[in-house]
Design a protein around this ligand. Structure first.
Ligand code: SAM
Ligand code: SF4
Length: 343
């Protein structure tokens, strides 16, 4: 068992929480369940992959559940399942069901490309999923093919409809690359508004496997916001948003729908970061851009107790830098690309 506040001899009230050197409390855990994916978004994966992680390298559901349970004991309240494409992991609803039994978790979310969602949405909702984010960068099949180097926009759209039908809160995530899908931003906003769901635009980050990231392809949130306001009228900053969430959220002043901008490149939000990550092969990471990992899988597999797991997580959190440093001279992207870390 993880010690409770009353059971410790320490005088530091924060010593059992996931608080870093800058006072940031970590309450959110992103759990990657696989590096495999069924499409090949150019901002994330290489066109061809030389094999995904072997099954034995992936954390088992029991190992994931145990790790989350330990962290939930020290303040993690929100878990997001991601990947790779999390629905490529067989039996994902079983994992959701297991972690939904952890009493202090308030939020079990999924980020998916939607390709396989219509088949499993009902099971996921029954298992205890609370939120669904679906990536959608275009409504045009040809642009979908250019962006993802695969077919299947119709399946993504089916997945979105299934998610809406489930009654869970649904959000769309869109990445805009200037030369590929800039023209799609207005139709995407119209699509989201017509379904009364929120869309968030995420700036293209230097985390693509092909290392083709270039500032000229980044469309800033500011530019997108101006384009959106030119068409839909002024946006109003949403009140009472959680300051630790990465998106700056707005509402339309003339009607339904919400919109958000995640601007890690042009306006980093590191000072409020509350996120810890767990890769599919069992490594803690304290930042998407971090170059260091903490190997929890080895600890689990050699029979470590909960205190040892927790000590590793705390070490990871306490080693976190003040910011991701994308704009610093000499910035080097992490060795692993987005699909291998978990976005
Ligand atoms: N496969 C799922 C999906 O696409 O939703 C989950 C994993 S994906 C890595 C999570 C999110 O990261 C997606 O919304 C995706 O668009 C975003 N993403 C991937 N690479 C990115 C990059 N280089 N810059 C910004 N966002 C990126
Ligand atoms: Fe796959 Fe998601 Fe990466 Fe696209 S962004 S390649 S869907 S993991």
């Amino acid at each position: 068992m993880v010690p409770r506040a009353g059971e410790t001899k320490t005088s530091d009230p924060h010593s059992l929480l996931l608080v870093d050197r800058f006072g940031r409390h970590h309450t959110s855990l992103r759990v990657s369940v696989t590096d495999a994916c069924n499409i090949r978004c150019r901002y994330c994966m290489p066109e061809s992959v030389n094999g995904f992680m072997a099954q034995e390298r992936l954390m088992g559901f029991e190992e994931i559940e145990r790790t989350i349970r330990i962290l939930a004991g020290v303040g993690i309240t929100k878990v997001r399942l991601t990947g790779g494409e999390p629905l490529m992991r067989p039996g994902l609803p079983r994992l959701v069901e297991r972690i939904s039994q952890i009493p202090s978790l308030q939020h079990i979310a999924l980020t998916t490309n939607g390709m396989l969602l219509s088949d499993s949405m009902h099971q996921l909702a029954q298992a205890g999923l609370t939120h669904v984010n679906i990536s959608l960068d275009t409504l045009r099949e040809e642009t979908f093919r250019r962006m993802s180097r695969r077919e299947g926009l119709d399946r993504v759209l089916d997945g979105i409809e299934a998610a809406i039908q489930s009654g869970l809160p649904v959000r769309l995530n869109a990445v805009v690359l200037r030369d590929i899908n800039l023209e799609d931003c207005i139709p995407l906003v119209e699509f989201a508004r017509s379904r009364n769901i929120t869309i968030r635009f995420i700036e293209f980050m230097p985390l693509d496997a092909e290392r083709a990231w270039n500032q000229s392809q980044v469309v800033t949130g500011k530019e997108l916001r101006k384009r959106v306001e030119d068409v839909f009228g002024p946006l109003a900053l949403k009140q009472d948003t959680d300051p630790s969430q990465p998106s700056r959220d707005y509402v339309f002043t003339n009607g339904s729908g919400g919109i958000g901008f995640i601007d890690p490149v042009s306006e980093p939000f590191c000072s409020n970061c509350n996120r810890l990550r767990l890769t599919a092969d069992g490594k803690f990471r304290n930042c998407l851009f971090g170059r260091e990992e903490w190997d929890v899988m080895s600890l689990l597999r050699r029979g470590a107790n909960d205190h040892e797991i927790l000590a590793l997580a705390m070490d990871c959190v306490r080693s976190k830098f003040a910011s991701h440093g994308i704009s610093d001279a000499g910035f080097e992207p992490p060795v692993r690309a987005m699909y291998q870390i978990g976005g």
